[in-house]
Each structure stands twice: as structure tokens, then as C-alpha cells.
Design a protein around this ligand. Structure first.
Ligand SMILES: NC(=O)c1ccc[n+]([C@@H]2O[C@H](COP(=O)([O-])OP(=O)(O)OC[C@H]3O[C@@H](n4cnc5c(N)ncnc54)[C@H](O)[C@@H]3O)[C@@H](O)[C@H]2O)c1
Length: 386
């Protein structure tokens, strides 16, 4: 089947944003629902190469046309934006084709399977004055947003270290390691909280079940501020853990996404009252109140899709911006380099050559400045978005 199947039914008033969703496996149906529920948005088509995935969506949304042909979907000039929820190894090709077809793109995390490909997509989006947004859903998680407020307000003081555990049993991905599957969540959260790239990472991993596919990884990262971070990722664990501890000079926070009290703030710490008298110093430990702030019950995915739609309309970069997505890919690639070198520390740096130079050669918009066309205005600069 290659033609878009048009269901019977009357037409409605034209929506302000017409979106197609590609990839209807585990995560894609959530995107279909979130776009479907978004005001001013119409899901005009869904696409998957597997008939059973299309059939499952057709049962839930009989009015949405479906196709197995991505090129045909892109050829439909009435589609404004494409949301991609396919395996990581396909993100670059599908996102690139969508941008070439003049569509705004929402692509699930990670933005692309390599820095060079992520950079190429960003260059292409800027040159075409289109939005490409990586799906870093946790940036819209109310507990994560609450902790961002706590860090920015200075309430936690200097952030000494952060320890993150994201482990559970499954799901092994056929085309990505646990670093590229679960790692984007933690590294996007860190990028949002700390507003910095790590200077270096070092990592160890093991492929316990599938050869060549690491399913457990322990990653250490150092940030320019001095904050040190440990990230533990695994698809092999006896129970699901989503726990982060943030230790600051003033207060400490435990963020447990599995808990009914996801954020707990500990007024705890240690200090040396008379640091001058170092030979006889006595540490003072403080264990004060534990506060569990009220957390907005909003659904992160709904907020994320809302931000994407608002960004398409306004031209203002979304929180999960393409440059944040690129930074995440930079970290993941550095982790892989460390793993390939038996865990030696690896600097997290920008690549010198871009894939754009190799693949295209056409003029790319590298200049800073404000682009505006047909109601879309994108703030651009050579090193990030405003
Ligand atoms: N934001 C989140 O919290 C979150 C959670 C889970 C997964 N994800 C991301 O979603 C993406 C998909 O993950 P998943 O677990 O749903 O994978 P999946 O394997 O369950 O589903 C992928 C689907 O894409 C389809 N597909 C593959 N290539 C295609 C093509 N060229 N054209 C049309 N359809 C194609 C497959 O048939 C399959 O149905 C990944 O990037 C993953 O990282 C994000």
C-alpha cells in the first residue's frame, strides 16, 4: 500500500497547524494523541512501514489517514510539520527529507545519531527558516522545571555534585546502546539545569545480553562550574529507578520520578566553622527541614508539543531547542569515544568539519541575525539560539 488512505467523513474548518506523525511503534502513538489533543492542531496523516502499527492507530483514530510511504506524505503540500518517532538510526534521513520538503520537524530524542548529522540538520533548518526541535520530554517535566527554579534562584547554593540513576528492565533497542536511548534524558536535563556542556566525560559500559549493544553504562562528567556528575544507565535492573540527587552548598534535593513526592528539598549540609584553624577543624553537620513542594500535575508531553506548536507559530526557539539537542549529541558522542578508549576521559568539543560541507556544498546560513519569512522568525547565531 502506498497511497494515503482517506477515511470517509466530512471536512472540518482548516486548522492552523497540520501535522503528520511518522513511526507508530512504542512512542509514536503518544505523539499522535498529544498532537490530536492540542488546540489549533490537526493530525492530517500518520505513517509507518508496518501495517499492524497503522492498524492500531486506525482503531483509535479512524478519521486520520495513514500511509506506509514517507515520500508520499512529504509530497503533500498541506502538511506543515512532521513529527518523527522512528528508531534513532533513521532520524537523520527522515528529518533531512522533511526539511528538504519544507516541513517543520519535531524529531524524537536524540536529534541525530552523530554530531555531524545534527549539525547538518541545524544548518539546513536555519537555511530553510524552518524549525527542528528534538523531543527532550523531560525538559517539560514539572519536577525538572521546579528544580531548575531552585538552582536558578540560588536556593541550593553552589552545585557540588549530581548523581543520576535511570535503570529498569528493558527495553533493549536494536539500533542504539543504552547510552543513546536513555542518556538523552539525563544529559538534556543537565544541559537545562546547568546551562553548560561538560568539559569532559569518562565512561564504562558492558554489553551483557546483545553483543555490541551496551545495556549498562556508568558515566562521569565534569562541568566548567566545578560540578561533577555521575549518570548510571541500564536496561538490566531488578526494579525501575528514576532517581537524582543534587547536592548543593546550601541545600540538597532528591528528585524521584517514581515517587508521589517527586521533589524533596533537604535543608542539610556540612561546613567548617573556622576554616583558618585547619589543624583542629570540626565539621558541623546540619540536618534541617525536609520540604516537598507542590508540583504541577501537567503532562510533560502535552507541554512539549504545545511548545513545538507555539515555536512554529512564533519563531521563538522552544525550550528543547536544536542547539540543546546538538549539545546532547555532543555529550553522547564523547561518551562513545571514551568507551572506545577503555574509559579514558574525553573532552566534549565541537567537530571541526561539518557534514553540511561534505554532503551539500550549497550556501548555508552561518551568519547571526534574525530571519523572518512568511510569519516565521528564527533567532539565529553561530553558537546557539536566543
Ligand atoms: N521522549 C521520550 O520520552 C521517548 C520515549 C520512548 C522513545 N522515544 C524515542 O522515540 C523513538 C521511537 O522509539 P520507539 O521505542 O517507539 O521505537 P519502536 O521501534 O517501538 O517504533 C518505531 C516505529 O517506526 C517505524 N519505522 C521505522 N522506520 C520507518 C520509516 N522509514 N518510515 C515509517 N515508519 C518507520 C517502525 O515500523 C516502528 O513502528 C526513538 O527515537 C526513541 O528514542 C522517546
Amino acid at each position: 500500500m502506498t497511497e494515503i488512505e482517506q477515511p470517509a467523513g466530512g471536512s472540518e474548518s482548516p486548522p492552523s497547524l497540520r501535522v503528520a506523525v511518522v513511526g507508530l511503534g512504542y512512542w509514536g502513538p503518544n505523539l499522535v494523541r498529544a498532537f490530536h489533543e492540542q488546540a489549533g492542531v490537526e493530525v492530517v496523516a500518520v505513517c509507518d512501514t508496518q501495517p499492524w502499527s497503522r492498524a492500531a492507530i486506525a482503531r483509535r483514530y479512524p478519521a486520520i489517514p495513514s500511509t506506509d510511504s514517507y515520500p508520499e506524505l512529504l509530497a503533500d503540500s498541506s502538511v506543515d510539520a512532521v513529527a518523527i518517532a522512528t528508531p534513532v538510526s533513521t532520524h537523520f534521513d527522515l528529518a533531512r527529507a522533511a526539511l528538504e520538503a519544507g516541513k517543520h520537524v519535531f524529531v524524537e530524542k536524540p536529534l541525530a545519531p552523530s554530531v555531524r548529522e545534527a549539525e547538518y540538520l541545524i544548518e539546513q533548518a536555519r537555511a530553510s527558516q524552518l524549525l527542528i526541535m528534538p523531543g527532550h520530554t523531560f525538559l517539560y517535566s514539572p519536577p525538572v522545571m521546579k528544580i531548575k527554579q531552585l538552582i536558578d534562584s540560588g536556593e541550593l547554593g553552589e552545585i557540588y555534585f549530581i548523581s543520576m540513576s535511570r535503570v529498569n528492565l528493558g527495553l533493549h533497542q536494536p539500533d542504539a546502546s543504552v547510552v543513546w536511548d536513555l542518556g538523552p534524558h539525563d544529559f538534556s536535563i543537565l544541559s537545562y539545569w546547568l546551562e553548560q556542556l561538560p568539559t569532559q566525560v569518562c565512561a564504562m559500559s558492558r554489553a551483557c545480553i546483545l553483543p555490541q549493544t551496551p545495556d549498562v553504562a556508568f558515566i562521569n562528567a565534569t562541568f566548567p562550574s566545578g560540578t561533577i556528575v555521575h549518570v548510571q544507565l541500564s536496561w538490566l535492573a531488578p526494579s525501575k529507578l528514576r532517581r537524582t540527587a543534587i547536592v548543593g552548598s546550601e541545600k540538597m534535593v532528591v528528585y524521584d520520578d517514581m515517587s508521589t513526592e517527586p521533589v524533596r528539598i533537604f535543608d542539610s549540609g556540612a561546613s567548617v566553622p573556622d576554616p583558618e584553624n585547619f589543624g583542629e577543624y570540626q565539621l558541623t553537620y546540619r540536618t534541617g527541614d525536609i520540604v516537598s513542594p507542590k508540583i504541577d500535575p501537567a503532562e510533560p508531553l502535552a507541554l512539549e508539543i504545545q511548545d513545538f506548536c507555539a515555536s512554529v507559530r512564533s519563531g521563538v526557539a522552544p525550550r528543547s531547542s536544536m542547539t540543546l539537542g546538538l549539545d546532547v549529541v555532543r555529550v553522547l558522542e564523547a561518551v562513545d569515544r571514551s568507551l572506545d578508549s577503555d574509559g579514558v576521559p574525553v573532552a566534549v568539543t565541537a567537530n571541526a568539519a561539518t557534514l553540511a560541507d561534505e554532503l551539500a556544498g550549497e550556501v548555508k546560513n552561518r551568519a547571526g541575525g534574525r530571519l523572518a519569512v512568511e510569519g516565521i522568525a528564527l533567532e539565529t547565531s553561530s553558537d546557539g539560539e536566543s
